[in-house]
Design a protein around this ligand. Structure first.
Ligand SMILES: *Cc1c(COP(=O)(O)O)cnc(C)c1O
Length: 378
């Protein structure tokens, strides 16, 4: 398509830093670029400890390992999310108890959470959809009352805030993503934030293939050995070099995305006021990062027609997520509760192109194409 949905981009010194990594002769993980990225993110967002990972999926898998889940343990999370949110815990034998979305926005309906907690419940995984915060005070209060671990799926939520606090710094653990579709990219990449110190030492061992290699290189142990389970969760220095260059340009990346998001919002507001289309609802406690701009159509047929209308103008708009409780893999394992709000977002939500190098003229074309669709329909 002439106007794609997403386009990976260079923000600054990515190629320069990759060349430096190659010249320095250290390409495997946990080198200087990795440590620089981790320190930057720990400091900027007040994270307890940060470990770069190969993806948010890998960070979520590490979180699930850290919980030491037993088969039959239950984990609460929204059905309207990416498969990795659930897969990480299913891999450990957990049962997923899916929470419906809020009627007001795609995030989990916190009002339903308490009624879903059982003696087997171990964790809550809030997903900050579109970088819009979940109601973290309410979630953390429940976690304290029922002794649960909170793992924020902050894959979309870098540089987003809840009542002034950075997302990813509030839960006991949190996962970020640097996949090429996110705000800050490294191709594939992620981060595990360990805010609860009780998980810190073991996280580093899981990260380094079950060894105490990281402690060894800090001179804390005479040799490094196999001490626990683990895997290869750490990315190469090439990934970290690319990422560092992006992190250095965070303010510029974010300023541009905010401007793009606001431009869509302002231009489509009249359509929303006329009741033709739904726009994102941002709760008062959330300051979002302009990760996604979405529209809500009246139903799946209207959405399909809109996507086709845009495609005919060489513009790619996409939908997601297909609810997980209805998926071919999980439908038979789901407890059968209907989740009408999650289903509504599954059927009606459409995402418009939004990426760093999207020009104002291209965006104007998208706005005109959307407007012309709703001018003639209904
Ligand atoms: C992108 C995304 C993931 C997965 O991130 P990867 O880095 O691609 O593994 C997980 N959860 C959510 C909500 C996401 O948007």
């Amino acid at each position: 398509m002439r106007i794609p949905f997403n386009k990976p981009f260079l923000a600054g010194r990515e190629l320069d830093y990759i060349q430096q990594a190659v010249t320095a002769g250290k390409l495997s993980g946990n080198g200087g670029f990795t440590q620089h990225c981790q320190a930057f993110l720990e400091q900027r967002y007040g994270l307890g400890k940060a470990l770069l990972t190969t993806s948010a999926t890998a960070a979520l898998e590490m979180a699930a390992l850290l919980l030491d889940l037993q088969p039959g343990d239950e984990v609460l999370m929204p059905s309207f999310t990416f498969t990795s949110t659930a897969n990480a815990f299913v891999l450990r034998g957990a049962r997923i108890v899916f929470v419906d979305s809020s009627p007001a926005h795609p995030n989990m309906d916190v009002a339903q959470l308490e009624s879903l907690i059982t003696p087997r419940t171990r964790a809550i995984v809030p997903v900050h959809y579109a970088g819009v915060a979940c109601d973290m005070d309410a979630i953390m209060a429940l976690a304290t009352r029922y002794n649960l671990v909170v793992i924020e799926d902050a894959a979309q939520a870098i540089e987003s805030f809840y009542r002034g606090r950075p997302l990813g710094s509030i839960g006991h653990l949190a996962a970020f993503s640097f996949h090429e579709t996110k705000n800050v990219i490294a191709g594939e990449g992620g981060l595990l934030a360990i805010n609860d110190p009780r998980f810190a030492a073991r996280a580093e061992v899981l990260w380094e293939k079950g060894t105490n290699r990281a402690a060894f290189f800090r001179g804390e142990t005479a040799k490094y050995q196999w001490v626990d389970v683990g895997s290869s969760f750490l990315p190469s220095e090439l990934t970290a070099a690319y990422l560092l260059a992006q992190l250095e340009e965070l303010p510029r990346i974010q300023a541009r995305r905010q401007q793009q998001w606001q431009r869509y919002h302002a231009a489509l507001q009249p359509l929303a006021a006329a009741g033709r289309v739904g726009l994102p609802t941002i709760p008062a406690y959330a300051a979002h990062n302009a990760h996604i701009f979405y529209l809500l159509c009246a139903n799946s047929f209207e959405r399909q027609a809109l996507i086709q209308h845009l495609a005919a103008r060489d513009i790619l708009a996409v939908f997601h997520y297909q609810t997980l409780h209805n998926s071919p893999f999980y439908a038979a394992r789901h407890d059968g509760r209907p989740l009408p709000c999650a289903t509504h977002y599954d059927e009606c939500l459409v995402r418009l192109p939004l990426f760093f190098t999207l020009t104002e003229a291209e965006q104007q074309e998208v706005i005109e194409a959307v407007s012309s669709f709703f001018a003639v329909s209904r």
